[in-house]
Structure formats: structure tokens, C-alpha cells
Design a protein around this ligand. Structure first.
Ligand code: ADP
Length: 151
């Protein structure tokens, strides 16, 4: 049976830190589905979701086992639909851990077949966060070094 992992996130924007988690995840999983979550009720994203789908697809164009989708439903349900038995997430620090710990408990409760798997960030990407990139971009700073594609 194929080991399929869902990598869910806001990816607003998708960063080199995220790219690193996906590429390292390929050593563990046969297929990775990158799932960009959005809330249909609110459009509070900074980077447009369609543009992000395009940029992520472009980033992994040489990888037939990596797909990009968008979703607006429970992650645990989405995993079921895609026959994914694993949720891939990244951990940078204890703040991530506290947050991820709660989400993983809820996801396990919602879908008992789903195992959350965490990869510790590579040190060179540990300080990259989507929220800081948004701030830098908002005020005209150069964010290219933090992204695996050109905006
Ligand atoms: P969410 O809104 O679900 O937290 P994000 O897009 O911020 O989504 O992050 C998706 C996942 O990637 C999370 O597990 C987060 O901890 C992880 N992540 C974010 N930045 C990094 C990084 N620089 N290195 C490793 N993992 C990261």
C-alpha cells in the first residue's frame, strides 16, 4: 500500500522551510499532497490562493508524486478523501510544538487512521515564517531569499 501524506497549511506564502519539509518527507512517503487551507467565509489571505497553487506546482514540477490542492473542510476528512494515512507537519520550536500537539490530538480523535508525523526544521530554515515574510513584503522588502520561486 502506498504511503500517502497530506501536508496541510495556510502557506501564505509557501516558504523554503515548507519546501524543505516536503523534500525530506519524500524520504518517508511515496506521495505527498500539499493542501492549502482557506476559509471560504473570509478572504483574509495576503497572497492569493490561486497564485500560491501555481507557485508551489512550479516549484515541484519535476516531482510526479507531489500534488497541490486547496481545501476548506476538516483536515481529517480531507485525508480520508485522499486516502492519506499520514499528516506531515514541521516543527521549529516549542511554540510550534504546543500548537501542533493540540491539533494532532484533535485530528486523531476525528480520524483514528491518521498518524501525524513531524519533521524538525533544518537549522538554516528555522527562522523562516510566513507571517514575517508577509510583513517584509508589505513594506517593500526583498523576500526572494525565503521563497523557492520568484513572486
Ligand atoms: P498553519 O497555518 O497550518 O500553521 P503554515 O503554512 O504556517 O500553516 O505551516 C504549515 C506547516 O509548516 C506547520 O506544521 C508549520 O509548523 C510548518 N512550518 C512553517 N514554517 C516552517 C519552517 N521554516 N521550517 C519547518 N516547518 C515549518
Amino acid at each position: 500500500m502506498k504511503r500517502i501524506a497530506l501536508f496541510p497549511g495556510s502557506f501564505d506564502p509557501f516558504t523554503r522551510g515548507h519546501e524543505d519539509i516536503v523534500l525530506r518527507g519524500l524520504k518517508v512517503f511515496d506521495e505527498i499532497v500539499i493542501a492549502i487551507g482557506y476559509n471560504s467565509g473570509k478572504s483574509q489571505r495576503y497572497f492569493a490562493i490561486d497564485m500560491m497553487v501555481q507557485k508551489i506546482s512550479e516549484t515541484f514540477k519535476g516531482y510526479p508524486n507531489i500534488r497541490v490542492i486547496t481545501y476548506s473542510e476538516l483536515t481529517a476528512e480531507l485525508a480520508r478523501k485522499h486516502k492519506a494515512n499520514f499528516l506531515l507537519r514541521g516543527l521549529r520550536n516549542t511554540t510550534d510544538f504546543e500548537y501542533e500537539n493540540s491539533i494532532a490530538q484533535v485530528n486523531r480523535y476525528l480520524n483514528t487512521d491518521l498518524e501525524s508525523v513531524f519533521l524538525i526544521t533544518s537549522p538554516q530554515f528555522a527562522s523562516i515564517s510566513s507571517s514575517i515574510i508577509r510583513e517584509v513584503h508589505r513594506y517593500g522588502g526583498d523576500v526572494d531569499p525565503f521563497l523557492p520561486y520568484k513572486l
